[in-house]
Write a protein that binds this ligand. Structure first.
Ligand SMILES: Cc1cc2nc3c(=O)[nH]c(=O)nc-3n(C[C@H](O)[C@H](O)[C@H](O)COP(=O)(O)OP(=O)(O)OC[C@H]3O[C@@H](n4cnc5c(N)ncnc54)[C@H](O)[C@@H]3O)c2cc1C
Length: 328
C-alpha cells in the first residue's frame, strides 16, 4: 500500500470539491477500497472520507417507495422491518451479500461501485488486464473464466459485475441522486454502469467529484411480490455464479407486470426485458418460466469452463419466477 492523504469531509460540498482533485477517491465503509489499495490495484493520492457526513444514512419507506441515503449501512437497510415486508428482493439482495460483519460496515452507495472480482484484475502483474492497465490485454479471455461474464462482454474484457444490490435496483427502476460540480442530478441505476467496449477501465458514468447521495426505488406491486434468488458455490459469503431479481404482478390469473434482472453473469447489472416480455399477459406455468429463463440468457458467450452457467441461469430465473409467483 502506498502513502496517501486523508481528508475528513464535514459537508457534502466540501466532499465534492475535494474529490475533484487529481487521484482523489471517496471513502465510505472502506470494505472494498482498502482491499484494492492493499492489492495495489487502486493507489489514490487522497482519500476523501465521507463516512461521518450527517444526513446520508436515512431509510424512508412511504407509499411512494423507498429512499435511502448512500451512507446507510447494508445491514440497516436489509434488516429494516418495512424493507423486508414490502420490498423483499431489495432486502434479500443485501442479506445474501458478503458477511454480517461486512454488511455492518459497508454502505449501500459504496456497494454500487464495487469492482470486479476477476482474478487477473485483482491479481496484478504479470497478467495483462485492460481494466487495471488499459491497452495491456485480457488474460481472462482463454484463461480462468469460470466465474466471469457471459453477457455484455467485449473483446477487451470479460470481467463480471459482482454486486447483488444493483441487480435488484435495476429490476425495479431505481434511481440515484448524484451531487457533482454541476449541481444535483438524478439518473436511473440502469444508466450508472457502462458496457466495457474498448474502455473497460471506465466503469460508470460518474465524473470526478461526483457523490452519490440517495437511492430511490418506486413502489410497485411487482416489487411487493419479489425475490432475489442467488446461486453460488457456498451457501453464504460468496459471490453469485448467477442471480436473478424477479417481481411479478398478477391480475385475473395472468401476469400483468414482470421485472427480471440478472446478476453474476453480466459485465454490468442486466435488466432483461426480452425475458419480461415472454411472461407479459400469460398464465404462469413452469414451461413458461423456463422460456423466460432461456430468453434472459440468450446470446451468452461461453467457454468450456463457464458454459455450465447458462443452464444454471435458465433454472435460476425460472425458480425466481416461481418464488415471485407464490408471493404475488
Ligand atoms: C470478502 C467480501 C465478500 C463480499 N461479498 C459480496 C457479495 O456477495 N455481494 C455483494 O454485493 N458485495 C459483496 N462484497 C462487496 C461489499 O458489499 C462492498 O465491499 C461494499 O458494499 C462496499 O461499500 P463500502 O461502503 O465499504 O465502499 P468503499 O469501499 O468505501 O467504496 C467503494 C467504492 O465506492 C466509492 N464510493 C463510496 N461511496 C460513494 C458515494 N456515496 N458516492 C460516490 N462514490 C462512492 C469509493 O470511492 C470506492 O471507489 C464483498 C466484499 C468482501 C470484502
Amino acid at each position: 500500500m502506498r502513502p496517501f492523504a486523508h481528508v475528513r469531509a464535514t459537508s457534502l460540498e466540501q466532499a465534492v470539491a475535494a474529490a475533484r482533485g487529481d487521484g482523489a477517491r471517496l471513502l465510505a465503509g472502506g470494505t472494498t477500497l482498502f482491499d484494492l489499495m492493499k492489492l495495489n490495484v487502486e493507489a489514490p493520492a487522497t482519500l476523501v472520507d465521507i463516512s461521518a457526513l450527517p444526513d446520508l444514512q436515512d431509510i424512508a419507506v412511504s407509499r411512494r417507495g423507498l429512499t435511502v441515503g448512500a451512507l446507510a449501512k447494508m445491514a440497516d437497510v436489509a434488516e429494516h422491518r418495512d424493507v423486508r415486508a414490502r420490498y423483499p428482493a431489495l432486502s434479500e439482495s443485501l442479506t445474501k451479500a458478503a458477511s454480517q460483519q461486512l454488511r455492518n460496515m459497508a454502505t449501500v452507495g459504496g456497494n454500487l461501485l464495487q469492482r470486479t472480482r476477476c482474478g487477473y484484475f485483482r491479481g496484478g502483474a504479470p497478467y495483462p488486464c485492460n481494466k487495471r492497465a488499459p491497452g495491456s490485454g485480457c488474460a481472462a479471455i482463454d484463461g480462468a473464466d469460470r466465474n466471469l461474464a457471459l453477457l455484455g462482454t467485449s473483446d477487451a474484457c470479460i470481467a463480471n459485475y459482482p454486486g447483488d444490490w444493483a441487480v435488484a435496483l435495476v429490476a425495479f427502476d431505481a434511481e440515484i441522486d448524484i451531487l457533482g460540480s454541476g449541481g444535483l442530478r438524478r439518473i436511473a441505476v440502469e444508466a450508472l454502469h457502462r458496457d466495457p467496449g474498448s474502455t473497460p477501465h471506465i466503469e460508470t458514468v460518474l465524473e470526478p467529484g461526483d457523490v452519490i447521495t440517495r437511492i430511490h426505488v418506486p413502489a410497485s406491486r411487482a416489487l411487493r411480490a419479489s425475490t432475489y434468488h442467488k446461486v453460488r458455490d457456498r451457501a453464504s459469503y460468496a459471490f453469485a455464479l448467477v442471480s436473478a431479481a424477479v417481481g411479478i404482478d398478477v391480475a385475473g390469473g395472468r401476469i400483468r407486470d414482470a421485472r427480471i434482472a440478472l446478476g453474476g453473469v453480466g459485465a454490468r447489472p442486466l435488466r432483461v426485458r426480452e425475458a419480461e416480455a415472454v411472461l407479459q399477459g400469460q398464465r404462469y406455468t413452469r414451461a413458461l418460466a423456463i422460456e423466460a429463463g432461456e430468453a434472459a440468457l440468450r446470446g451468452a458467450r461461453t467457454s468450456t469452463h463457464n458454459a455450465f452457467r447458462v443452464p444454471l441461469g435458465v433454472q435460476t430465473v425460472a425458480d425466481a419466477i416461481g418464488i415471485a409467483m407464490e408471493r404475488a
